[in-house]
Design a protein around this ligand. Structure first.
Ligand SMILES: [Zn+2]
Length: 353
């Protein structure tokens, strides 16, 4: 299962079938009460209210025009071209990560956590890499899968031949100078070493290491925090748009265990979803008897396939998303309303019945 740059097939797209919050909440409550093990699938639309931009607007186009994400094969290329790509990636990621790290869960995350606590929602698959479902749950939500990984960790993805001799054990600290105590609900993460050596470290700790190694960039990052007018365009993977700067000066560490290549633990375009993650997601889909999709256009094939499999198995499904999605033709009930408004009302109603 390889992640391609998402694209929506050209229209016409079927319009939403549900237009009022009252009708929407009624349908979702029915879905959650009549089925024993409902599964929720969330996408970027769920995190928009937390200040994290959606990849796609209402018309299905990229919100940042001209944005071209890095591909996995470019990132792990061991030649000079790969090195240049990594300098550039880490420089931009260094500037783009802090606001994502400090983003807070919004009413949709809170409502879903409440519905999971009462058992109304059984499983949760998210395409988001921001750990905000974890933050709302205050831990690792049960029966949950992060389909595209999470920004909170960095992992070794290409084994090296010679461990470096770092001046400090930057990865092995309980507290980050930038973010405070390091525990963004990280420990239970599924991990297959794959082509790497198995090294995992908190992204927060790497942020400090990058700041120490690149003081001029750190000063710039500090300015960005206090001068919002300087705000750069940010994408949901923590990348920022930045022109006219020399990325080659940006230093980043090799894997401390093997000298290999470190990468944020998110699935890049052109990269395969890790086998254990794919299997865990398929198990949740298999065990579920109903599906609620929230804030996703289902433009990535991995997510679309999960939905298609459930619908083909005859399980009821409802979609809550503004704008067109790839699965419009598959689904009977499509709610074109604001996620937070609807889900807050569902959680409220179900807590009082
Ligand atoms: Zn390694």
């Amino acid at each position: 299962m390889r992640v391609a740059i998402p694209s929506l097939p050209a229209g016409p797209h079927a319009p939403p079938t549900v237009h009022t919050v009252e009708h929407a909440t009624h349908l979702i409550e029915q879905l959650l009460t009549r089925n024993a093990r409902p599964l929720v699938l969330t996408g970027a639309g769920v995190s928009v209210d937390s200040g994290i931009k959606s990849y796609r607007g209402e018309n299905g186009m990229y919100l940042n025009r001209g944005y071209r994400p890095i591909y996995f094969h470019e990132f792990v290329d061991r030649g000079a071209a790969g090195d240049a790509k990594r300098h550039r990636y880490w420089a931009r990621s260094f500037l783009g990560y802090p606001p994502l790290r400090t983003a807070q869960p919004n009413p949709t995350h809170t409502a879903l956590a409440a519905l999971q606590r009462t058992g109304a929602v059984h499983g949760l698959i998210t395409q988001n890499v921001d750990r905000l479902h974890h933050a709302a749950w205050h831990g690792v939500p049960p029966h949950s899968v992060e389909l595209h990984g999470a920004l909170s960790e960095v992992v070794c993805v290409a084994r090296g031949t010679q461990p470096p001799q770092p001046t400090s054990r930057w990865w092995d600290v309980p507290t980050s100078k930038t973010f405070g105590p390091i525990d963004r609900y990280t420990t239970a993460h599924i991990h297959d070493p794959g082509t790497g050596c198995g090294f995992v470290a908190p992204r927060d700790a790497l942020q400090d290491e990058l700041a120490d190694a690149n003081p001029a960039w750190a000063a710039w990052a500090e300015r960005l925090l206090h001068e919002p007018d300087l705000a750069l365009r940010r994408n949901p993977d923590g990348d920022v748009q930045l022109e006219g700067v020399d990325y080659d000066t940006f230093a980043y560490p090799a894997c401390p265990s093997c000298g290999g290549i470190l990468k944020p633990d998110v699935v890049f375009f052109g990269e395969n979803v890790r086998n254990s993650v794919r299997l865990a997601a398929e198990r949740l889909v298999h065990d579920a008897d109903a599906l609620l999709i929230i804030g996703s256009t289902l433009a990535t094939h991995s997510a679309y396939r999960l939905v298609r499999d459930m619908v083909e198995a005859g399980k009821p499904a409802i979609l809550l998303n503004r704008g067109p999605t790839r699965a419009d033709a598959l689904l009977k009930h499509r709610i074109g309303l604001d996620c937070a408004q609807v889900m807050e009302q569902v959680a409220h109603n179900m807590a009082h019945t």
